[in-house]
Design a binder for this molecule. Sequence first.
Ligand code: 4AD
Ligand code: MG
Length: 477
Amino acid sequence: MKRSSIQDLLQATQFSQKVHIKGWVRTFRSNRFIALNDGSTINNIQCVVDFENTDQDIIKRITTGAAIAIQGTLVESQGKGQAVEIQVSEIEILGDSNPEEYPIQPKKHSFEFLRENAHLRIRTNTFSAVMRVRSALSFAVHTYFQKNGFYYVNTPIITGSDAEGAGEMFHVTNFKANQAPLNEAGAVDYTKDFFGKETNLTVSGQLEAETYAMALGKVYTFGPTFRAENSNTTRHLAEFWMIEPEVAFMDLDGDMDLAEDFIKYVLGYVIENCKDDLDFLNNRLLQEEKTKPQAERSEMSLLEKLNFVVTNDFKRVSYTEAIDILRNSKPNKKKKFQYIIDQWGADLQSEHERYLVEKHFKCPVILFDYPANIKAFYMRLNEDQKTVRAMDVLFPGIGEIVGGSQREERLDVLKDKMKALGIEEKELWWYLDTRKFGTAVHAGFGLGFERLVQFTTGMGNIRDVIPFPRTPQNAEF
Ligand code: 4AD
Ligand code: MG
């Protein structure tokens, strides 16, 4: 008999049919009721065992975590809590799970404990919901761009340029530690290394994506990026996935429009297509909020937040306006911020970003036109000569979710900027070529995929929205 998915059976309207399913036991109650899950949905199907007529050895082996196959009849459920159930006629134990040893018991486990068991945590409701939503979000990302005339580009993961300046890089070498050959000056001789030069893991595919945008018009990347910053926060990973669209003939206003439209589309997609998982995550968060003091509780539920973002305009504010707001804000005057904002030019910390979004505007905010000296070399210089055409999208509970800019397309201005920052032209000769041959206005942004998944699922820690997180001192699995 063909095997059905639990997702399909739970939606069935035809009863008395013979069915065949396989899955993992979540619970086994009263020697009678198996809650079985196969990953196709957050919902378990109840399988009712005929205790008297079942081999007692089999009954003993129906334990939480065991893989089993079931044949039976799909019926309308007599009990409360489910519409359908299976009356079991045959059970086969496919893989035992020793209850003394299996870590994922049917009770509440802390996220810390589950992180130590990241290979098994996906068998819980919370993680399976998060990862199904993550999968749907990636599909939505590709759908949005493919529908809108963008081409998907795979930029290199190993890179020979380290000029992006987005953060510390992980070194890639084939030399054995302590056995690297030295040159006459006593430095490591990378000409003898695998690539004949120093290489790193990429922090961003942007520079390469720009070259593609200058031929294909509209492109996007969606791949892993790496940053060796020692940031132990709930929003930083050493290995994370980034989505980077890059568009020729588009300026910063177009870039902001694109970011807003894109985010609204992908959130709308999951609201539409991940109802069961989002309902579960919504309730999970409501329970979690109840354990917090009243003052710290979120005003909106997860679903309300998602709908709010999809239906409201993001507030667009210049860096200069934002600094005025922050300077005059209560926490600044009362010295409640860890970093006090006293003058124009200050870099914004996440406490400031979150104040603007969560307390002041109470909606997603796009900040633009930042001071040139706190942003990357490739951003387009404004007429005022002190700000650049940069934009960051800030989200409640997350802070920065998108960083982007209109790129400096003028060869002479770009060269001056690189010179001032000590970036050698010969390192980026190919990047400069795009400004020499058919240069044009263009812009793009990077969206941190895990931060998007965090926002969508309401998970508090970024380590819980990627299967196997990579963070300082942690690369298990
Ligand atoms: O603002 P960032 O550093 O921008 C760039 O890398 C540009 N080259 C993007 C572009 O214009 N094409 O990073 C972009 C986004 C951030 O807004 C954040 O969401 C995410 O990447 N991000 C991280 N996510 C998780 N862990 C980290 N360590 C992250 N660093 C950045
Ligand atoms: Mg940034």
